[in-house]
Design a protein around this ligand. Structure first.
Ligand code: NAD
Ligand code: MG
Length: 387
C-alpha cells in the first residue's frame, strides 16, 4: 500500500536520509510535500526527482528561483511561513518534521492538530511547546514517532513493558568531540572543531549542541514530554561509541536497550515503517569488531548545559522555550565567529537568569517568549563582542 509522506526540512541531514530510504522503495511512498528554508537549488532538484504536489521554500526571497526552476513541471510552488503551515494541513499518512529549530514548530503543531502522525526529528519544537504539542496529539489522535536516535530507542524498548512499570530511562550521550578536553582548552575551540562529531554526521546546529552537551539537555526535555515517567527517573549516561542508543529499566530490574550502527537511517526507518519494519542499507552491528563498549558519568562542571535543562523542566511553563531560543541564537553566533564556545551556554544561562517568562497558554505565548528570548540573547552576544 502506498503511503503519503510530507517532508519538512527535505534538504537537511535528516531530510536527505529520509529521502535516501524513500528512494529505495518508491512503490511504498507518495511524497506530497517537500520543504526547505532557502536552499532552492537542492529543493528543486529533489522536487523534480520525487514529484511532490507542492514544494515550499520558507524564505520568500527564494520563491522566484523555485518557480523558475520548476516551470512546466506541474509541481505547485509556495513560499513563506503561512505556506509551510498550509502544507502541513494537507492529507498525509506521515509527516516527517525535520526542520531545525523553532522554525518547525508551527507546521509540526498544525500537522498534529490535523491528526497526521508525525515522525519527529525537530526536537526544538517539542522542547519549546511540549505540553501544547502532546495535548494536540492526544486531542486529534495523532501519534508522535520519535526520530531522535535516543528517543526512538526508548520508544522501541517501551514495547517491552508498560510505562508505569518503568523504573528508569537511561539516555545515552556520546559526550561529543570535546568529551575529554579541559575547560581551559574548550575556550579556544573553533566552529570547525565543534561540528566535527566523532560518530554522527549531522547538521551544524545539532553538532554544536552535541559539543556543548546542550543536545543531551534538550533531549532530556524531549524525553520528559514523550515518556512521562517523571524527570527524576530519566538519567544521562555517557557512552562514547554511540552503539547503545538508550535503555529502559523496568521494576523487575530487566533493562532493555536498543543497539545499532550510528546511522540516522536506522531510527528514521523505524519511524517510517512503524508499527512494521523495513529493510535498510545500513551496516549491521559487528560487536566482535567493536569489541568493547565504554560508559562514564556525565561531567556537569565542564558541561553545565544538561543541569540548565533539568532546571528548566523543573521550572516548567515557558522556561524551556526561553532556554531553547537563547541557545539557537548563541549557537548561530558561535558558528558566525561572534562568540567563543563557552559563551554559548553562558549566554543561555544569562538569558534564563535575566527574566522569568509567564506560563504559556497558547502557541502565541510560546512565540512571544521565543522572540523576547532571542532579543535578550542577542544583547548578550553583543556584550561579548564588545568585551
Ligand atoms: P539541517 O541543518 O541539516 O537541516 C535543516 C532543514 O531545515 C533544512 O532542510 C533547512 O532548509 C530547513 N530549515 C532551516 N531553517 C529553516 C527555517 N527557518 N524555516 C524552514 N525551514 C528551515 O538539520 P538536521 O541535522 O537535519 O536536523 C533537523 C532536526 O532534526 C533538528 O531539530 C535536529 O536537532 C534533529 N535531529 C537531527 C539529527 C541528525 O543526525 N542530523 C539527529 C537527531 C535529531
Ligand atoms: Mg539524539
Amino acid at each position: 500500500m502506498t503511503r503519503r509522506l510530507s517532508l519538512f526540512g527535505a534538504t537537511g541531514s535528516v531530510g536527505q536520509s529520509t529521502l535516501d530510504l524513500v528512494r529505495r522503495d518508491r512503490e511504498a511512498w507518495r511524497v506530497g510535500v517537500l520543504t526547505a528554508n532557502c536552499d532552492v537549488q537542492e529543493l528543486a532538484r529533489l522536487a523534480i526527482e520525487f514529484r511532490p504536489d507542492v514544494a515550499v521554500v520558507a524564505d520568500e526571497s527564494c520563491y522566484g528561483y523555485l518557480k523558475a526552476a520548476l516551470a512546466g513541471q506541474g509541481i505547485e510552488c509556495a513560499a513563506g511561513a503561512a505556506a509551510l503551515v498550509e502544507a502541513a494541513e494537507r492529507r498525509a499518512d506521515l509527516v516527517m518534521a525535520a526542520i531545525v529549530g523553532t522554525a518547525g514548530l508551527a507546521p509540526t503543531m498544525t500537522a498534529l492538530a490535523a491528526g497526521h502522525d508525525v515522525a519527529l526529528a525537530n526536537k526544538e519544537a517539542l522542547v519549546s511547546a511540549g505540553e501544547l504539542m502532546t495535548a494536540a496529539a492526544r486531542a486529534s489522535g495523532a501519534t508522535i514517532l520519535p526520530v531522535d536516535s535516543e528517543h526512538n530507542a526508548i520508544f522501541q524498548c517501551l514495547a517491552g513493558g508498560r510505562i508505569d512499570q518503568v523504573r528508569r530511562i537511561i539516555l545515552t550521550a556520546s559526550g561529543g568531540p570535546f568529551r575529554t578536553m579541559s575547560a581551559a582548552d574548550m575556550a579556544a575551540v573553533t566552529p570547525a572543531q565543534a561540528v566535527a562529531h566523532p560518530n554522527w554526521s549531522m547538521g551544524a546546529k545539532i553538532s554544536v549542541d552535541s559539543a556543548t552537551m546542550m543536545n543531551k539537555g534538550l533531549e532530556l526535555i524531549e524525553a520528559h514530554h514523550l515518556f512521562p515517567v517523571g524527570l527524576d527517573r530519566i538519567e544521562i549516561l555517557v557512552h562514547p561509541q554511540s552503539v547503545i542508543h538508550s535503555l529502559v529499566e523496568y521494576i523487575d530490574c530487566s533493562t532493555l536497550a536498543q543497539l545499532g550502527s550510528p546511522d540516522m537511517r536506522i531510527p528514521i526507518a523505524s519511524a517510517l515503517a512503524w508499527p512494521q519494519r523495513m529493510a535498510t542499507p545500513c551496516a549491521p552491528l559487528d560487536l566482535a569488531a567493536i569489541s568493547r563498549l565504554d560508559f562514564e558519568a556525565p561531567d556537569e562542571e565542564r558541561f553545565p548545559a544538561t543541569a540548565l535543562c533539568r532546571a528548566a523542566i523543573a521550572a516548567g511553563g515557558a522556561r524551556p522555550a526561553q532556554l531553547n531560543a537563547a541557545n539557537e541564537v548563541a549557537v548561530a553566533a558561535f558558528l558566525a565567529g561572534r562568540i567563543s564556545f563557552p559563551a554559548i551556554v553562558d549566554t543561555v544561562r544569562r538569558v534564563v537568569d535575566a527574566a522569568e517568562p509567564a506560563a504559556p497558554s497558547s502557541l502565541q505565548d510560546i512565540f512571544s517568549v521565543d522572540t523576547a528570548s532571542r532579543a535578550a540573547a542577542l544583547r548578550f552576544v553583543e556584550q561579548y563582542e564588545h568585551a
